[in-house]
Each structure stands twice: as C-alpha cells, then as structure tokens.
Design a protein around this ligand. Structure first.
Ligand code: CDP
Length: 232
C-alpha cells in the first residue's frame, strides 16, 4: 500500500472525545497528533500567570510576542507533551482555572492568528491529525478527511467529570456541566471562526460507541479518502 499521507481534521463540542480518537488514529496511521486546544489553553495559562488584561489589545500582542509553544513527543505516553516557553505545562492547562477562561482567550483575534499560523505550518508535510473547533473550517479547509464529533451533553459531562475527578476530588458535576455549556456557547457564537460543522465534514455521534468502535469507523473513512499505510 502506498504511504499517501493526508490531513485529518476533527472538530466538535467540548469534551466529546476528540483527543482520544485523534491520538489513537494518529498512532495507528503513524501520523502526528496535534491538540490545538492545548495551544489555546497554554496561551490562557500564560495570560493568567502574567495578569494580562484580555481586553487590552496592545498587552495581548506584547504577551503573544513572548510566547513560544512547542510539542515534544513523549515515548512513554506515545503522545506529544506541550511546552510553553520550554516548560512542560500539560498538567496545568487542564485546571478548571484555565478551562474557565480559555474560551474568552480563544475568541481574541490576535490569539487565533498566532495559533492558526503555527497550526498551518505543522500541517505542511501532511500526515497529521489535528483536533479543535476550527480545524476543518479555518486551519485546513482542504483537509482530505473532516470529522465533526458530537455526543449527548450528559454523556460529555460525565466523561469530563470522571477525568477531572481523578486529579481534583473537589470538583462537582455541576461545575463541569456549567463549564462545558459556557465554552460551547462562547465557541459557537464568537465572531472569529466560530465552531460549526464544515459542509464537507462527516458527523460522528459517539454517545453509544466504544473507543474501539469509533476508531474502526474512522479508519474505514480514512481508507476511503486515501490509500494510506496503516501500521499495526
Ligand atoms: O478538550 P476540550 O473539549 O475540553 O477542549 P480543548 O480542545 O482543550 O479546547 C479548549 C478551548 O480552546 C475550547 O473550548 C475553545 O475555546 C478553544 N479552542 C479553539 O477556539 N479552537 C481550537 N481549534 C481548539 C480549541
């Protein structure tokens, strides 16, 4: 089989399992996985640490000029760790403090231009799976495979609650629900690249699918789009 590499764009609502699917897909295909949301979270972490006023464009621009985001492949976890100015921030960016502000930060035009420019560069060589909110609509509008993921809101709340509870036993289901609802609202209604399904994206509702089932479905779609070399 020829190793014709493609771009796979996965978009969708908060906490519907995009990263889980994207990571597994990339591993099977031997592609790079990039979590674009992690970039917005890292930028938010920087803004919070440096007390940047989100409404002050000049301060936002100045802060962005001081930010470098890199992804380093971690052999142990078989996925990429995100570094903010050379610091591994993977753990901090999942905090509720960051989740509470990230959609506000991601709605800022200057922030998006900065992140999208880097994301486009990362896709130059293809062979990439990227997940986010605007990957199929703004970052890679010509991606060979676009998936728009969704799941029932309560399923999403419980999945995220279990995930967060593992590191923060003080978290409540209501807090998680409120955060997901708020982010989905801001992400879908913002002016800059709002979250919506691209015309040519395939809808995938994974409410009642196992990880393996969703992976198998998407691997079939991948085969349909390109003759790719599937590892394993
Ligand atoms: O994993 P989860 O669904 O909680 O979200 P995420 O992928 O970590 O993204 C966090 C936030 O970043 C989203 O709620 C959006 O506000 C923003 N984001 C975005 O605007 N564009 C992207 N391509 C990815 C994330």
């Amino acid at each position: 089989m020829s190793a014709h590499k493609i771009i796979i764009a996965i978009d969708g609502y908060s906490s519907c399992g995009k990263s889980t699917l994207a990571k597994e897909l990339a591993a099977r295909l031997g592609y790079n996985y990039i979590d674009s949301g992690a970039m917005y979270r890292a930028i938010t972490l920087y803004f919070l640490r440096h007390h940047i006023d989100f409404n002050d464009s000049a301060k936002v621009m100045e802060a962005i000029a001081n930010i470098t985001i890199t992804f380093a492949f971690n052999e142990k976890t078989q996925s990429s760790d995100i570094h903010l100015n050379d610091e591994d921030v993977a753990l901090y960016i999942r905090d509720m403090i960051v989740s509470e502000k990230v959609s506000q930060v991601a709605a800022i035009r200057e922030v998006r231009s900065f992140a999208v420019a880097q994301q486009k560069r990362m896709g130059r060589k293809k062979g990439i799976v990227m997940d986010g909110r605007d990957i199929g609509t703004a970052v890679f509008p010509t991606a060979e495979l676009k998936i728009f993921m969704t799941a029932d809101p309560e399923v999403r709340v419980m999945r995220r609650f279990k995930e967060m509870y593992a590191t923060n036993p003080n978290i409540t289901i209501d807090e998680v629900r409120h955060n997901l609802e708020l982010r989905d609202y801001i992400d879908s209604t913002r002016e800059e690249s709002p979250l919506h399904q691209a015309k040519d994206a395939i809808l995938l509702n994974n409410s009642s699918l196992t990880r393996q089932e969703q992976l198998d479905i998407v691997l079939e779609w991948t085969k349909d789009r390109a003759t790719t070399k599937v590892a394993g």
